[in-house]
Design a protein around this ligand. Structure first.
Ligand code: XUL
Ligand code: CO
Length: 436
């Protein structure tokens, strides 16, 4: 029985279409810079918001109408929901999905029962993946909802919480491997602190480093070669999370010798909570060869929390795609919609409107970014801006042949620096507007 009988497979109808259940920009086979849109964007649906989000907020009860739910937390209901999820993704034309262990299967009375519940649902996921060709972008473990993780997981003051988290990640990684997942994600939901008065930062970070090494060891043992991703976020649920932004994560990974296996999964709303733009986070990660995947969403700049809204802002998606194209694309990563429909958008059809809009916004961003790059004016401007480094003293410094002494002699002789040139910010902003 169909859960979405009123929806057929979403089709590309072109920019003139007024059909809200059609793509105006996402034409999956269209080739841009040598790859199809489908290959560039690698869209992924998140299980936790799209199939487990119920509209609950701190002030009110769930609002979502989900006729396929039977109201129980049974494995049977979870298996049925998994089939509904695949009907949704198939009709949407999303090639990937992502989940936490506890989204897809209910937590049991014991760890052994939780493992068994997960295995039962994974069997359905596997069957549905084979039936539809939809793949797993990444799996992860929920190490933040259960009260046992109130002080953190790998950074908990309670060594048993570390052990429990290890057991959970071991299993989640094994099922990710079984489902052919391309990556495995670590989001440090409670890996941080509420107050420094009770916290030993050094010890907690050392433990997190050890945890990641154990994860690498286990992946090698079971032959899981997918990429590992850390997802930066500065706060929420804790006051301070150790993986606060791209720079902090790279510092952690370097300090604990983890850069070979890990890349970053960068999320828009997390970037803005950290006081950065998504473009900044992507550029910073890309510049250091650490770009892995993105969680596509947006926040509301009027609000200071993680609203996880669907991205519709073309400036945002154009900036994201400029960065992804600049650094050679996502490879094993994808554009994963870590976004939820608003509490007031409670009907199942809203899930389609939200995803169609997000996919179109990214497809349009891709076309805009590719057009900017093809014309080349922006790129040329940046190149020219740094031309003092291409010859003379700049080239000498870059090649490592200069010293403070040689530079002092150079400046004593020259007297004053070559005149500065305008940064032309306004002109460049106008240039971007030509493409929007
Ligand atoms: C939370 C968040 C997570 C991760 C996966 O803000 O983004 O859902 O993406 O654990
Ligand atoms: Co996320």
């Amino acid at each position: 029985m169909s859960a979405f009988p009123e929806v057929n497979k979403i089709q590309y109808e072109g920019p003139d279409s007024k059909n809200p259940l059609a793509f105006r920009w996402y034409n999956e086979d269209e080739v841009i810079e040598g790859k199809t849109m489908k290959e560039h964007l690698r869209f992924s649906v998140v299980y936790w918001h799209t199939f487990r989000g119920n509209g609950l907020d701190p002030f009110g009860s769930p609002t979502m109408v989900r006729p396929w739910e039977d109201g129980t937390d049974s494995v049977e209901n979870a298996c049925n929901r998994a089939r509904v999820a695949f009907e949704f993704m198939e009709k949407l034309g999303a090639p990937f999905y992502a989940f936490h262990d506890r989204d897809v299967a209910p937590e049991g009375e014991s760890l052994a029962q939780s493992h068994a519940n997960l295995d039962a649902v994974v069997a359905v996921l596997k069957e549905e993946q084979e039936r539809t060709g939809i793949k797993l972008l990444w799996g992860t473990a929920n190490l933040f909802s259960n009260p046992r993780f109130m002080h953190g997981a790998s950074t908990s003051c309670n060594a048993d919480a570390f052990a429990y988290a290890a057991a959970q990640v071991k299993k989640a990684m094994e099922v990710t491997h079984e489902l052919g997942g391309e990556s495995y994600v670590f989001w440090g939901g409670r890996e941080g602190y509420q107050t420094l008065y009770n916290t030993d930062i050094k010890r907690e970070l050392d433990h997190m480093g050890q945890f990641m090494h154990m994860a690498i060891d286990h992946s090698n043992k079971i032959g899981f070669t997918g990429q590992f991703l850390i997802e930066p976020k500065p706060k929420e649920p804790t006051k301070h999370q150790y993986d606060s932004d791209v720079a902090a994560c790279i510092n952690f990974l370097r300090n604990y010798d983890l850069t070979e296996r890990f890349r970053l999964n960068i999320e828009t709303n997390h970037a803005t909570l950290a006081g950065h733009t998504m473009m900044h986070e992507l550029d910073y990660a890309g510049a250091q060869g650490m770009l892995g995947s993105i969680d596509a969403n947006t926040g509301d700049l009027m609000l200071g929390w993680d609203t996880d809204q669907f991205p519709t802002d073309i400036y945002l998606t154009a900036q994201v795609m400029l960065m992804l194209l600049k650094y050679g694309g996502l490879n094993q990563g994808g554009v994963n919609f870590d976004a939820k429909v608003r509490r007031e958008s409670f009907e199942p059809i809203d899930l389609f409107y939200a995803h169609v809009g997000g996919m179109d916004a990214f497809a349009r961003g891709l076309k805009i970014a590719a057009a900017i790059r093809e014309e080349g004016e922006l790129c040329q401007f940046v190149k020219d801006r740094y031309s003092s480094w291409d010859s003379g003293v700049g080239a000498e410094i870059e090649s490592g042949n200069a010293s403070f002494e040689s530079l002092e002699a150079y400046m004593l002789e020259k007297g004053e620096i070559t005149e500065n040139v305008s940064g032309r910010q306004e002109m460049l902003e106008n240039l971007i507007n030509r493409y929007i």
